[in-house]
Write a protein that binds this ligand. Structure first.
Ligand SMILES: [Ca+2]
Length: 431
């Protein structure tokens, strides 16, 4: 009898654990389906994005389906909502050269993701963040406006992974009182001026690991010197297509022998401002792994002569990443890997190009490992970088849940066993 109960309970533990594994592995699916019924509303071409915002509650996500949305007047985001396009290049909000503003962001912690915002009227703004904090603009294309993104009296906002291009006046504009904003991993391209900081009361905004490409004026305005144009060493500053320096030294002072993918001389901006660590090659960022919506892990590849593509994250089969380099292959490559994604024991990192192991230098800061190596090949090659540990399959919260369920199951087993022994004894005593 006791054995029977025990077997039954062990089966129960296994069933619970298998169910748990299935739930964890499908957690994103469950999250998205439950969210779609409660927290996500969708807008399709022909419907009004403004109406969806008006009907939304704070915290809601508005999914904008692929297609073109022509507008005449600004869409006003006055709630803490997330506007997310289905696909950046194919989800287009078009000002038809008549809208003087396309997206007006007035609310704290609003998020704009995966949208193309384009074609403002003369002197028009693409996105204007006004009197707001902690707004995020991510993975958007902002094109063909007079000013691409404007921040007025706004702090702690984040612009990342955007393309800001073809602005008649400037790509990013800080007219007044906007401080402590972060601008990183953006392509800022073909704008008359890339960044204009008009007022000295715009301070401590940090610009790093952006690609400033073919902007006739990279930076302008009296506020430029009050802001930060690099993220120290070894994270570095930005890629400037107009930088002409060389790279044969490394270290925080750039006085040690050997290149590191960072220009040996500062890039001098407007007035006294400098990017102390200009990158020698444009940065490509790859989303390597997404555990939960809040945990995204990136790898950045920067090369002075080659294009990186076909990115692959090898976990859990092996603790590695790989990518292909094409183009003129006689140059260097600098790879930044999130330490939460992939880490190594001290100097154990292994870099292979094709099948050959190559020399590399390894540097660390709080969040990233920076690996630099030269490549000197005439054909397209696959680069593989191997560390020791990759991000585990279960997040810590899931592990705790797993542990809790196991403990509960063990308690059930123990209770069932005790009950079985007690009833067996009672029956024995009666007999
Ligand atoms: Ca250097």
């Amino acid at each position: 009898m006791v054995k029977k109960v025990k077997r039954k309970t062990i089966s129960l533990i296994f069933i619970i654990q298998i169910m748990l594994i299935l739930i964890i592995s499908n957690s994103q699916f469950f999250a998205s389906t439950s969210a779609s019924s409660n927290n996500i509303t969708a807008v399709e071409p022909g419907q009004s994005i403004q109406e969806a915002i008006n009907n939304a509650a704070d915290g809601q996500t508005i999914l904008i389906k692929k297609g073109q949305y022509d507008i005449e007047y600004a869409i006003i985001v006055n709630k803490t909502v997330t506007l997310v396009g289905e696909q950046t290049n194919e989800t287009i909000i078009d000002g038809q050269a008549t809208a003087t503003l396309i997206l007006s962001i007035l609310s704290n912690e609003a998020k704009i993701q995966n949208l193309t915002v384009r074609n403002c009227a003369t002197y028009g703004y693409g996105i204007h963040i006004k009197n707001a904090k902690k707004v995020k603009i991510q993975n958007c294309n902002i094109q063909n406006c007079s000013k691409g993104v404007v921040l007025t009296n706004s702090t702690n906002c984040e612009l990342s992974r955007n393309l800001i291009a073809d602005s008649k006046e400037c790509g990013i504009y800080f007219p007044m009182n906007s401080s402590y904003n972060l601008v990183f991993w953006n392509n800022i391209k073909n704008n008359s001026q890339a960044v204009t900081i008009g007022n000295i009361n715009c301070k401590n905004n940090t610009f790093y690991q952006n690609n400033f490409i073919q902007n006739p004026t990279q930076t302008s305005g009296f506020g430029i010197p009050n802001n930060l144009w690099d993220n120290e060493y070894p994270a570095g500053g930005n890629y400037w297509s107009s930088y002409t320096g060389i790279d044969v030294k490394n270290g925080p002072q750039q006085n040690e022998t050997g290149s590191d993918g960072i220009g040996d001389e500062s890039y001098v901006l407007y007035l006294t401002a400098e990017d102390h660590y200009p990158l020698m090659g444009p940065v490509h960022w790859f989303l390597a792994h997404q555990m939960e919506t809040s945990s995204e892990y990136y790898v950045l590849v920067s090369s002075n002569v080659s294009e990186a593509s076909n990115f692959h994250y090898g976990c859990p089969d092996e603790s590695s990443i790989s990518f292909t380099l094409t183009g003129n292959l006689n140059g260097f490559c600098r790879v930044a890997i999130s330490q939460q994604l992939l880490s190594g024991d001290g100097d154990s990192w292994l870099v292979t190009i094709g099948t050959e192991e190559t020399e590399r230098t390894v540097m660390l800061d709080t969040n990233y490992t920076y690996i630099c190596f030269a490549h000197n090949y005439s054909t397209t090659k696959t680069v593989k970088i191997q560390g020791d540990y990759c991000v585990p399959e279960f997040s810590s919260s899931n592990m705790l849940l797993f542990l809790a369920i196991t403990i509960i199951a063990l308690v059930i087993l123990k209770t069932a066993k005790t009950n079985a022994i007690t009833s067996h004894r009672k029956r024995f005593q009666k007999a």
